[in-house]
Structures are given as C-alpha cells and as structure tokens.
Design a protein around this ligand. Structure first.
Ligand code: GLV
Ligand code: MN
Ligand code: MN
Length: 416
C-alpha cells in the first residue's frame, strides 16, 4: 500500500472553513447572499486567496476573474489536476452550493501540504466567476468563456438589472486579472458539490458518481399590452400583459409535466410595469428555464414552448419579445475521471451510485475542453437555492476524501 493511500482530509477544518465563508454576506435565515461581483463576493475571494497563500499556493487570476491556486508537482511541465467550483450564491443562497466544491479542493491541498506530499503533476484549486447567473445571466459564464462557449466581449458586456456590466464590476472589485481566460491548461477537472436534489438521500447513498449533466435552455420574455386605469377600463377593453403572462406560466408548468418524468421547467424571475395596484399592467418581463437530460426531448420541449407562447400572445393581442438567451446541451463526463471517482469511493468504503446532475455546474462547461467529472454528496431534503440548504459534516468529509483520492490517482498517473 502506498503512503498516500492512508491519507485522509480533516473534516472539522473543512466544516469550519465552510462556516467561516458563510459569514461573508450573511443571509436573513442562516444562508448567504454573495451575488457575483458584489463587495461580498470580493470579500469571499480575498479570504479564499489568503487561505491558499497560507499553504504556499501561487495564485493566478484570469480576465474573467477566475482564480487558480497552484501547488507545484515534481513535473511542472504536466498540466495540473484541478478541482473547484464557485463562491457566488443565489440571493437566498445556502452555505454549501459551490462553496463546498472550492473549499473541499482547498482542504485536499491543505492535506497534501500538512503531510508533505508532492504529487507528480501539479494540483490546483479553481474558483469560477458567476456560476449562479442570478445577477448576470446566463449562468456558468466564466467557465463557459474558458471552454470557448462564450466570447469574452459578450461576457463582459452582460448587465445586471441596474445596468452595471460584468466587465466593469470585475474591474471595480479588483478581480479582472491579466491572464487571458482559457490560457492556463487543465489536465483534468473534478468538482465536488452537494446533490441539490433528493436522490442520494432517498437511496441512503453517501456519494454520487456523476456521469453527466442535463441540458437547459434559458429565455427572456417581454410582453407588451397597454397601461390603463384599473377602475374605469371595462374588462372587454383591456390589454393586460400580466394576465397573458399568467397563462404562459401555467403552460410552462404543463409542458414539463407532459414530458415527465425527467423534464423540469421554471419561471423564476418577473417584473411588472408599472407595478401599481390601480393600473392594468402594460408590460411584463419574465424568465423561462427548461431542462431535460436528453437532447431530442429538450428540442421537442423548446419547439412546443415557442408554438404555445405564440398562440397565447396572439389570443391576447399583446406584443411579445421571446428570446432564447442560452442553449446548453446535455453533457457526458470523461470515463477515466468517472472511474477515478468511483474507484476512490469503493476503496474508501463509501456507499455510492451513478447519477446525472439536474443542476448546471462549471464542470458541465469545462468538460467540453478537459477530462472532467463530479462528486455529489447528499443534502437535507434535497433542498438547495434556499437558505435552509444543509449537509451532514460526515457526508462532506466523505466527498472530500473521494476528491483527494481521485485527484491523487490522476496527479500520480504513470508513476508516483
Ligand atoms: C445553477 O445553479 C443552475 O441553475 O443549475
Ligand atoms: Mn453550484
Ligand atoms: Mn446554484
């Protein structure tokens, strides 16, 4: 048995780091609010960099604000074995979504540091910018630029609801680095994450060996009717954009039910103009998110969505701008990386199963340009994107030990 086979991470230190990060941008109900490129995001990044520097890592930041913390190997000509995720959160975010993946990767490097283990290939922790897509849509934008899926100029030009651009906000918080995004190589990427769904908990499995991620389409919809007086406009004379939107929202839900059991669909963001109780709403903006693990089914859902929206809008006599802002096909992870995760879970004696990710992840972008896989651990009630999101310390520790051994297997491939 090699000396590194005995290595285990420090579960308490991992937990304490997750709790400390959760204090930055605290939510109202026990979670976190650290929207991408806000002051809170900057403070979280600063803390992460401080922790990485304490164990001697070298930091590089690219011009999408992605942060790479490197621990040299014996052969630094080899591409690094990388692990990480994101530190930004949803507005009512939990303490674990993304944060776990970054800090589990840091815990792996801390464990190597404490035990003076030098890997053959270098190892790195990565923190990707704006995974959530909540302040700046679409999601996973910076890992998407890394993977060549988005142009950098497009990514920099995206604005939040107040008109601030992603590029300006990156500069404002001091995280637009010099290195061109995509320049640094990744030999393989692992991302540890809470499952964000109920499957592992229901099966009583501690580890999800993630084989891929489902596809998703995001849309912006703007409906225009006519503002008019809520008291004096007869029902027959109204062009109420919100009533048409309500019909579309119901249709969006029916669409996913029709393509059960795998399809999901959500209208999660909406604004109503002029948003006054005694004016009939003349304009409504809302988002639509549809997802399915199978590309052919997702394409059918997308086609039916467009046809149904056109029919509803015509019946209401409104104007409609219906724009697809993102089309992310389903992805399949690398067989060697999946095997590395599975072997680690088997050797460490953790109960596990294969699983397809319902949520989007940076790994689902980077897998197009580097061998990739993910490790899931259960979260209570499958709840995520909710301040109540929680996970058991021993499951987080198990996932991090799997990450450690999957990374070691690839970093020491062909001779330790
Ligand atoms: C990312 O959190 C997603 O929308 O799946
Ligand atoms: Mn996440
Ligand atoms: Mn998320």
């Amino acid at each position: 048995m090699s000396e590194t086979e005995q290595l285990r991470i420090d579960g308490q230190r991992l937990w304490d780091s997750i709790m400390a990060m959760g204090e930055i941008g605290p939510g109202q109900q026990g979670g976190s609010c650290r929207l991408a490129l806000t002051d809170e995001d900057r403070d979280g990044r600063d803390l992460f960099i401080r922790w990485c520097e304490e164990i001697g890592c070298r930091i590089s930041i690219d011009d999408m604000g992605n942060i790479f913390a490197r621990r040299d190997g014996r052969d630094n000509e080899l591409s690094p074995i990388v692990a990480g995720s994101h530190l930004d959160t949803q507005p009512h975010g939990g303490k674990f979504d993304g944060i776990y993946g970054v800090l589990a990767a840091l815990e792996v490097l801390r464990t190597l540091h404490d035990n003076d283990v030098v890997t053959k290939a270098p190892v790195e922790v990565v923190m990707w910018t704006n995974e959530e897509g909540s302040r700046f849509a679409p999601a996973m934008i910076a890992s998407g630029v890394y993977a060549g899926l988005f142009e950098k100029d497009y990514a920099w030009s995206i604005t939040d609801s107040e008109g601030n651009s992603l590029g300006d906000e990156l500069k404002r918080i001091g995280y637009m680095g010099e290195m061109p995004c995509g320049q640094n190589p990744i030999g393989a990427l692992f991302e540890a994450h809470i499952e964000q769904g109920p499957i592992l908990e229901a099966a009583n499995h501690q580890i999800g060996v993630v084989t891929g991620g489902q596809g998703q389409h995001w849309y912006d919809v703007r409906l225009k009717g006519q503002d008019s007086h809520a008291g004096s406009t007869p029902m027959s004379c109204r062009r109420d954009a919100l009533v048409a939107a309500a019909e579309i929202i119901t249709m969006v839900q029916t669409l996913a039910l029709k393509f059960a059991p795998h399809a999901v669909s959500t209208v999660g963001e909406m604004s109503v103009l002029p948003n006054s109780r005694n004016t009939i709403p003349g304009e409504v903006f809302f988002s639509i998110d549809i997802r399915n693990p199978y590309a052919e089914v997702l394409a059918k859902m997308a086609a039916q969505l467009a046809t149904s929206i056109a029919a509803i809008v015509e019946r209401h006599g409104d104007e409609c701008e219906f724009k697809e802002i993102w089309d992310k096909p389903p992805v399949h992870f690398d067989l060697d990386c999946i095997a590395a995760v599975e072997h680690a879970a088997v050797r460490l004696g953790y109960s596990h199963q294969h699983i397809v990710s319902g949520a989007g992840h940076d790994a689902c972008q980077v897998c197009l340009v580097a061998p990739t896989s993910m490790i899931f651990v259960p979260c209570a009630g499958g709840l995520s994107h909710n301040e109540q999101e929680s996970a058991e310390p021993e499951d987080l520790e198990a996932g991090c030990n799997v990450l450690l051994h999957a990374m070691l297997a690839l970093a020491n491939k062909n001779g330790a």
